[in-house]
Design a protein around this ligand. Structure first.
Ligand SMILES: *Cc1c(COP(=O)(O)O)cnc(C)c1O
Length: 235
């Protein structure tokens, strides 16, 4: 199947999952994850209607940007504070904020560019050692600290990565917990600095379960572009 057909199929599955859970399919943003894929494939996706793409590495965004048609870029991978400067005016959202220190650096660089960066706090619901993200017990404190100290970031929601499960159904408790944490803020007061609108969860293996549980931003790579060739990363 072509990239265009894959996107149509992913959209159909998102639509059906949204309807199953009584939600409006249009409330779910599809973010196409393009890591280890090149500009021609990315442009094919953009021609097929993709408006948002995501990479997990700063260097990849900088490397590809010139060759890719205008689109909203997201950063979804772990971000080191020393790379913030390079990326600050290149993306519309950073999904992977997991420390106050990182938020402060984003704030500082955003201020230098006169912009306000949308950030998501990455929560580690599954408590997996191998994953980045903060413990849910630290969420309230972290949000408060960032909101108190950073005037050029807007905390726009949460991001989570469910552990891979053979049976996607097994990810449901994880997504449900993320939605519970998200709702506390989404249903609370919205300010310039805390304005919860996005719950970024769901990947190729589990995006339908994530949408059923309330995700409104899914990050899908493999189902659109096929398997990634990780060998090419070593060059
Ligand atoms: C690679 C990646 C995705 C997409 O994964 P697929 O399984 O290919 O859909 C989503 N989110 C993050 C953070 C990723 O690194």
């Amino acid at each position: 199947m072509s990239i265009k057909e894959n996107i149509e199929e992913v959209r159909r599955r998102i639509r059906e999952a949204a309807i199953r859970s009584g939600r409006n399919p249009e409330d779910v943003t599809l973010v196409a994850v393009t890591k280890l894929h090149e500009a021609d494939e990315m442009n094919e996706a953009i021609d097929a209607g993709v408006t948002d793409i995501a990479e997990n590495k700063v260097q990849e965004i900088l490397r590809k940007k010139e060759d890719v048609k205008p689109v909203r870029w997201h950063l979804i991978g772990h971000l080191q504070t020393n790379k913030v400067r390079q990326i600050i005016d290149q993306v519309v959202m950073i999904h992977s904020v997991d420390s106050v220190k990182l938020a402060k650096e984003i704030d500082k660089r955003a201020a230098q560019h006169g912009l306000v960066m949308d950030i998501l706090i990455q929560v580690n619901i599954a408590h997996e050692d191998s994953k980045f993200g903060i413990d849910e017990d630290d969420l309230d404190r972290m949000i408060r600290e960032i909101a108190d100290e950073c005037s050029n970031v807007r905390i726009s929601g949460l991001m989570c990565i469910a552990p891979f499960e053979e049976n996607p159904e097994d990810t449901r408790p994880c997504f449900r917990e993320a939605k519970r944490l998200y709702d506390k803020y989404a249903n609370g007061e919205h300010t310039d600095r805390i304005d919860f609108k996005y719950l970024s969860m769901g990947m190729t293996n589990d995006f339908e379960v994530a949408v059923e549980e309330g995700s409104n931003m899914v990050r899908v790579g493999t189902a659109i572009f096929g398997n990634r060739d990780y060998r090419s990363e070593e060059k």
